[in-house]
Design a protein around this ligand. Structure first.
Ligand code: FAD
Length: 336
């Protein structure tokens, strides 16, 4: 049962934001738009559906630890096929029914007919999910392989946005790419596609992960110059290990800045020192974004809570439920 706890709005005012500010009551039935239209910087967290019982336990430990810090929303990614897709729906359904969190399901068009997409959208609606991140998805197996549409499916994410909007009163988010999607001809074409998704009804966008702010800030400028005011939230992955530092950009197509490679390479082989330096880099990036008027940060949590919680504390983004406001976040084991 959603508890309907009030979200008290306080803290530093966002710089450079002209968005409408609303006072909201937090329930699992809130929309993301309601939850991010607040007069203080906020955070949100992305999870992936667990593969097994241990993964399920880890995920729920992370969800419970982050729940008390009042994220604007939490989202669950959609897998490449089969059982992982069912697990997304089940996980979001449990978040919607067992927690006070505002939940969002990712949904991809890849390998689905329109009828199947309608069915998934219906299952999400029945589970009480009101927020969907509409994505095209990548070809299964090889993200850069040839895209082959389902014969009765959709070609691009803007069509999925339209389908979801026609299916019910959903709040829809979309993906954005600070350095352009790998299949886009250039940044101008990429920006046109993003604003096309806003035109189709998307209310906000979340970016692919990135490690330095310039690409994000230029993307935001291009979208504003095109006359669109939908919030674009930076997707940030805490740099807790050498693997996340190298794998993240490789999978996302974001550049690995030379200055960062130089700064962090001296900690190579020392996991503890690398984590400390990587978290410092991530903290500085988030601080710069907030100083540039970014209203909130979407953390790629990898189903862990510790690193995200450390950043939330550093940035002063926590709203604790049932405790004195502005207090320190609960101590946690430093595992990720
Ligand atoms: C925040 C975020 C969350 C994600 N979550 C998931 C997830 O849960 N599951 C998953 O599998 N993947 C996920 N992805 C990855 C995403 O599915 C891939 O990056 C995919 O390749 C692009 O999806 P899109 O929705 O941006 O596609 P689109 O917006 O359709 O764009 C795909 C490409 O087609 C081009 N294009 C778009 N519209 C047109 C048009 N009308 N005519 C010509 N060209 C066009 C674009 O420029 C781009 O190059 C996520 C990505 C992000 C940033």
């Amino acid at each position: 049962m959603p508890l309907g706890l009030p979200a008290v709005l306080r803290g530093p005012t966002m710089r450079g934001s002209h968005r409408k500010v609303v006072r909201v009551t937090t329930t699992s039935a809130s929309t993301v738009t309601e939850r991010i239209s607040v007069d203080r910087p906020f955070f949100a967290v992305e999870f992936f559906p667990p593969k097994d019982d241990q993964g399920e336990a880890d995920l729920w430990r992370a969800i419970r630890r982050l729940e008390v810090l009042d994220p604007a929303y939490v989202s669950v990614t959609y897998g490449a096929g089969g059982s992982s897709r069912d697990r997304t729906v089940r996980t979001v359904e449990r978040i919607a029914t067992d927690t006070t969190l505002c939940s969002m399901a990712h949904l991809t068009a890849v390998s689905h007919s329109v009828d199947e997409l309608r069915h998934v959208i219906g299952s999400l609606a029945a589970a009480g999910v009101r927020n969907i991140m509409a994505l095209r998805g990548d070809p299964p197996g090889d993200p850069l392989g040839e895209w082959i549409s389902h014969p009765e499916g959709l070609e691009y994410a803007d069509e999925l946005v339209s389908l979801i909007k026609r299916s019910g009163p959903f709040c829809v988010g979309v993906a954005a790419f600070p350095y352009g999607h790998p299949r886009s001809a250039d940044l101008a074409a990429d920006t046109d596609r993003l604003v096309g998704k806003f035109r189709a009804g998307a209310e906000f966008a979340v970016t692919q992960l990135f490690l330095e702010p310039d690409g994000f800030l230029r993307l935001r400028d291009r979208v504003a110059a095109a006359g669109f005011e939908q919030p674009i939230l930076p997707g940030i992955m805490p740099l807790t290990s050498e693997k996340t530092f190298h794998k993240g950009p490789e999978l996302s197509g974001s550049p690995l800045p030379e200055a960062l490679v130089e700064r962090l390479s001296r900690y190579s082989g020392d996991a503890k020192a690398f984590r400390a330096a990587g978290m410092e880099v991530t903290g500085e990036l988030c601080e710069r974004l907030i100083a540039e008027g970014v209203s909130g940060i979407h953390f790629y949590s990898l189903n862990r809570s510790t690193a995200t919680t450390e950043l939330i504390e550093r940035l002063g983004l926590a709203e604790q439920r049932g405790t004195a406001r502005g207090g320190r976040v609960p101590a946690q084991p430093a595992t990720a």
